[in-house]
Ligand binder design. Structure first.
Ligand code: BES
Ligand code: ZN
Ligand code: ZN
Length: 507
């Protein structure tokens, strides 16, 4: 979708639909909605008075203009609820904006216009509100239609942001461009995550990394199976042993102008997690195509950093393989000597994410970054603890934790810190090797997994993000998941990292 800023009054603009926000409880609209109400002879106020048009967050009311081009240029007015004034925040703007964009799609409009919600009477920062508006509209319109053979309804092609004031309109331009870059990267991440595992294979992910590197002139190494054998990446190879498809380890590097800091962003790239010999139940197993969402987020964030030329260095790293059962598969009881030299006794082949991350994290630590952040659909236990709306965060760095929490609120990709206490490592004790890969007992499963990962980061500042709850969703939210299908990838970990990087770079 193309997003344009137009200097015009909301009433004069000719458009198939103009979108205006309404705070809950407002009976006499002012500002832009007030002007539209007047142009329609008080129709909006009458509909508010009758209770038909209401300001509940995400509620949408379409009003057809009987005389477009008369007092009011628009053919339709969409009044979208912003919720109560005291609760108005950027997330409310995103929900309202996503609702409006989907409404435009439902109405089969090829374009619509909108004001920036929340910036006037709402009191939000205009640039932040516009960023949220533009990101959410584009996120809401994402669809994965690659394998649909019947024709799909055409997409909304153009969104116009109306702003009468010349200075404010000019200030909106770079915000719109930046938000579009981010939304495109998130949608790209979703596409990789939604893609079926017979298409999105480890080799395919390696090719996508290489293509991204070529596009932006980035350094990129895609290590193949023989490289991994030569290097002693035995943990990645062990998980790969049951698969007919070879693994990859990707190292893609973005170097920012005047960068003072280097971030290693490390993703779990299991392109399909059957559980292996410790096989998963058949029900919902197809969801495990999303088990590479961490790797997809790494590529999405590199795309944002490179396109926006962010002033930091990013080393994007991910290990990708399937986790499959077969005669050659790794087994419970196997002992692996990982790349770091530490040995791991496999007690459950379904705890494979941490196994491949053990090699990827040790490799990341070797590159000497200032900070390592890993992102992985790691444990069902994280979903049990946090439900569907937060990413689990475990870290040895309090300052970074605070910045990530702020980034979570700012982006709407919420993170919640969980403890990284050594006592949980007890459950990983092995009589035969340095540690087991799966804890004794299921209790605290997210925390024991983090303790396992901690063994491989070489004492570096490090954050573990468990996105098992947030990587995909089967609930229709207002700008996630995609419009169609109603179930799918969220693209979590791109907007969060961008907001984090903006804060971390400044420190
Ligand atoms: N990929 C799964 C975790 C997962 C589960 C992500 C559900 C998203 C939704 C991971 O590899 C896994 O199977 N973890 C096991 C670990 C256990 C065997 C210690 C789990 O969480 O049950
Ligand atoms: Zn698993
Ligand atoms: Zn997994």
């Amino acid at each position: 979708m193309q997003v344009a800023v137009e200097r015009a009054s909301v009433t004069a603009l000719r458009t198939p639909m103009v979108v205006l926000g309404l705070l809950e409880g407002v009976t006499a609209p002012t500002g832009a909605l007030g002007a539209v109400d007047q142009a329609l002879g008080g129709l909006v106020s009458r509909l508010i008075a009758s209770g038909e048009v209401r300001g509940e967050l995400g509620r949408a009311s379409v009003i057809h203009n009987q005389n477009p081009g008369g007092q009011l240029g628009a053919e339709r007015v969409l009044v979208v609820g912003l919720g109560p004034r005291e609760e108005l925040d950027l997330e409310a703007v995103r929900v309202a904006s996503g609702t409006a964009a989907r409404q435009a799609l439902d109405l089969r409009l090829d374009s619509f216009a909108t004001v920036v919600h929340g910036a006037g009477a709402g009191g939000l920062d205009p640039a932040e509100a516009a960023r949220a508006l533009v990101e959410a509209a584009q996120l809401a319109l994402y669809r994965y239609t690659e394998f649909k053979s019947s024709p799909q309804p055409g997409n909304v092609e153009r969104m116009v942001i109306v702003e009468q004031d010349a200075e404010r309109a000019a200030a909106l331009e770079p915000v719109v461009r930046g938000a579009t870059v981010t939304a495109e990267a998130v949608n790209r991440t979703r596409e990789l995550s939604d893609g079926p595992p017979n298409l999105v294979t480890p080799t395919y992910l390696g090719e996508q990394a290489q293509a991204l590197a070529d596009r932006y002139g980035l350094e990129c190494r895609v290590y193949g199976k023989q490289d991994l054998e030569r290097m002693g990446m035995n943990a990645i190879l062990a998980v790969n042993a049951g698969s007919a498809r070879p693994p990859v380890l990707v190292d893609i590097r973005y170097k920012g102008p005047n960068a003072r800091k280097t971030l290693a962003y490390v993703g779990k790239g299991i392109t399909f997690d059957s559980g292996g010999i410790s096989i998963k139940p058949a029900e919902m197993m197809h969801y495990m195509r999303h088990d590479m969402s961490g790797a997809a987020a790494v590529l999405g964030f590199i795309q944002v950093a490179a396109e926006k030329r962010l002033p930091l260095n990013v080393i994007g790293i991910f290990a990708a393989t399937e986790n499959m059962p077969s005669g050659s598969a790794y087994k419970p009881g196997d002992i692996i000597k990982t790349y770091s030299g530490k040995t791991v006794e496999i007690t459950n082949t379904d705890a494979e994410g941490r196994v491949i991350l053990s090699d990827a994290l040790a490799y990341a630590a070797e590159q000497n970054p200032d900070l390592i952040i890993d992102i992985a659909t790691l444990t069902g236990a994280c979903s049990i603890a946090l439900g569907d709306y937060a990413t689990g965060m475990m870290t040895n760095d309090d300052r970074v934790a605070a910045l990530l929490e702020q980034a979570g609120v700012a982006s709407g990709e919420l993170v919640w810190r969980m403890p990284l206490w050594k006592v949980y490592f007890k459950q990983m004790d092995s009589t035969l090797a340095d540690m087991k890969n799966a804890a004794h007992g299921r209790r605290g499963g997210m925390l024991t997994a983090a303790q396992f990962l901690l063994q491989f980061v070489g004492g570096k500042p490090w954050v573990h993000l468990d996105i098992a709850p947030t990587a995909y969703t089967d609930e229709q939210q207002k700008y996630i998941p995609p419009y169609q299908p109603r179930y799918g990838a969220t693209g979590v970990g791109v907007r969060l990292l961008e907001q984090f990087a903006e804060r971390w770079m400044r420190e």
